[in-house]
Design a protein around this ligand. Structure first.
Ligand code: WT7
Length: 629
């Protein structure tokens, strides 16, 4: 890890909440609420848990056996009981839970009652296949309601879902299947992207060919005359659910039973299966959704993430449903069919809470203010941003085009943390580019390598100094890799981010300290791209770095040493890009490839990406005493 930070953005403007925002805000005084929450964190998290329904109570709120945590010890629950059943008797039975809109404007509406029935049908269908507690189920679907239904149905029967983003290629999917060993995979014939049909079933066919543990492939068929299915292993989603009863009791789960694995990139080539559980994850996503977005029953909540990533898990599916919210889910890109798309949806559905990413904002900025100006955005109340640091220029644009009065929740968190940890609240003042302060009940700091708290305006590592309910419990099949998070800096959970706090204690996150690149907010490990590159016959060695990019935040640059008999050519460069696309998927393809004859290495042979990066960006490479030549 490397904490060197080359430039501090200087931010002078501060934005205060309007009277209207404050009036609505659940928490009116952050400092008082925060102080109270950490006076006794366990009481705070116990009170939060009491807002939800449990089948039987806990004996202890936390059992902390460093670095292993158990929350709500001994309690039983099922997260879907709180996402669905709880609302059937609370007056929300006929409230709309989910509005789905396709690229072609097809609409589908699900009330809480209907969602309960669909999830139950799917849960019964899972049971009919013999899927039960602790079995794994892979979900490789585009952003359609069936994705949500399948996730909830798995949780309902106690199966562990592992959602794989539908942009991943067959080998990337296969390696995730290999690790999680699911008995079933649920997919679709196609996805749609900017009007193009993206076939998914062939990707699954490829991946499943080498996955003997997969017993069944369920296919949601969206195209007329789509692919023929070959039974009995392949089932049509509709046929699969048709005869199932529309009610299914939720399996009684221990609070610590796994809910899902979600694979994410780290510093080695192998993705990590981050494991979350029913109990603590439920409490953490419930409370953060409620407080951070200041959610009330009449909100229309629109989060643009894909449930293939953690934002979709926590803040499209679980958090909002736990709160009984109305969720708008839209398939497609922000600039298709035109750059007014999301603003149009906000107007059409009266969206009040809008949660997006810095990359999307920068993309929309390029098209200009005339697009948001065409639409009535007056329903909006709260804005959000996630996935990467938001640069002040993009922050100000987002703020201005939505009426110069809305608070922007710049929420900092990770796949591993499960829930938002550092964020503004509706009542806090806002500083462009800052994720503000720790969420209630969360203790965060900026420290040096030894774990010593750093003074204001000093760059260091972002850490969390005590456990929280939605934290990952382990890395599937790799507890040693889990321990690294808590062992890197003594006594703390190390996130891998470089950060500073200002004089107000406001956190300014400045990017990753490790070999993780954030391309459009998606996490890509340099090692994964490198190993994909060296698997090409022409490549002897590869080193990959992230470079600042105007819209995507970062772009990928690869330095390649070719094997002797190969010559540099535009065709070869293209072939290398295609190869990475085939191995990992479009999101991991290097934007630039440079053929070199040597790479900077340490005496022990490790590539010094930091030196490559400094050279590429014309910066001082810092300490190079370990450099071999
Ligand atoms: C990494 C986690 C959080 C859900 C989506 C991404 C970066 C995330 C922010 C933010 C600055 C941010 C960090 C973090 N990040 N949100 N508001 N400000 N950086 O989850 O793929 O697990 O990535 O995203 O570098 O470590 P993820």
């Amino acid at each position: 890890m490397d904490e060197r930070v080359d430039s501090f953005q200087k931010v002078d403007d501060v934005f205060y909440p309007t009277a209207e925002t404050l009036e609505h805000a659940r928490i009116k005084d952050y400092d008082a609420a925060y102080k109270e929450s950490i006076r006794d964190r366990l009481v705070f998290w116990e009170n939060a848990a009491r807002e939800l329904e449990w089948f039987s109570p806990w004996t202890r709120v936390l059992e902390w056996n460093y670095p292993w945590a158990k929350w709500y010890v001994g309690a039983t629950c099922n997260i879907t009981h709180n996402c669905l059943d709880r609302h059937l008797t609370s007056g929300r039975k006929n409230k709309v839970a989910l509005i789905w809109v396709g690229e072609d404007n097809t609409e589908r509406f699900f009330t809480y009652g209907e969602l309960y029935r669909q999830v139950s049908r799917c849960a019964n269908a899972l049971k009919a296949l013999g899927i039960r507690k602790s079995d794994r189920v892979a979900i490789y679907l585009p952003k359609i309601p069936e994705q949500t239904i399948a996730m909830l149905a798995c949780a309902r029967v106690g199966a562990i879902h592992t959602v794989v983003y539908s942009g991943f290629s067959a080998p990337a999917l296969a390696s995730r299947l290999e690790d999680s060993q699911p008995r079933l995979i649920i997919t679709a014939d196609v996805g749609y992207d900017r009007g193009k049909v993206i076939p998914l079933k062939p990707v699954v066919d490829d991946a499943v060919a080498n996955s003997p543990f997969i017993e069944t492939v369920v296919v949601v068929r969206r195209e007329k005359g789509g692919p023929a299915l070959s039974g009995p292993k392949e089932l049509d989603w509709e046929d699969w659910l048709k005869r199932e009863a529309p009610s299914c009791p939720a399996e009684v789960m221990d609070a610590e039973d796994p809910l899902y694995f979600l694979y994410t990139s780290g510093t080695t080539g192998k993705p990590k299966g981050v494991q979350h559980v029913h109990g603590g994850y439920m409490v953490g996503t419930y409370l953060t959704t409620k407080i951070v977005f200041d959610l009330t029953d009449d909100d229309i909540y629109f989060c643009v993430a894909d449930p293939g990533w953690v934002t979709g898990h926590s803040y499209i599916v679980y958090g909002p449903l736990l709160n009984g919210a109305t969720i708008l889910m839209a398939e497609g890109k922000p600039d298709y069919p035109n750059p007014g798309r999301w603003w149009q949806l906000i107007e059409r559905y009266g969206v009040t809470i809008f949660y997006t990413t810095p990359t999307a904002i920068r993309l929309l900025m390029k098209y200009g203010e005339e697009w948001p100006k065409k639409y009535d955005l007056s329903s909006l109340r709260i804005l959000g941003s996630v996935g990467e640091p938001i640069n002040p220029e993009a922050w100000r644009w987002y703020h201005r085009v939505t009426g110069s009065k809305l608070p922007i929740m710049d929420t900092w968190w990770q796949t591993e943390t499960g829930m938002i940890l550092v964020t503004p609240l509706a009542c806090t003042k806002q500083k462009p580019g800052s994720a503000a302060r720790p969420f209630l009940g969360i203790e965060a700091d900026v420290v040096d390598r030894e774990g010593k708290s750093l003074p204001p305006n000093t760059g260091g590592f972002a850490v969390i100094t005590s456990p929280w309910p939605a934290m990952m419990r382990t890395i599937y099949k790799d507890p040693e890799r889990y321990k690294v998070y808590w062992n890197t800096i003594p006594g703390c959970y190390t996130a891998g981010d470089v950060c500073r706090k200002d004089d107000d204690g406001y956190f300014f996150f400045m990017g990753r300290a490790d070999d993780v690149i954030k391309v459009a907010g998606n996490r890509i490990g340099t090692a994964e791209v490198e190993s994909a590159l060296v698997s090409h016959q022409a490549v002897a060695e590869a080193a990959v770095i992230g470079k600042p990019h105007k819209t995507a935040g970062e772009s990928i640059k690869a330095f390649i040493i070719l094997k002797q008999r190969f010559q540099e050519s535009p065709e070869l460069i293209q072939a290398l890009k295609d190869h990475v696309k085939h191995e990992l998927g479009k999101i991991a393809v290097p934007h630039e490839i440079e053929i070199v004859t040597g790479l900077p290495k340490t005496r022990s042979g490790k590539i010094m990406r930091r030196v490559l990066k400094a050279k590429e960006l014309g910066q001082n490479p810092g300490d190079i005493s370990t450099l071999e030549e």
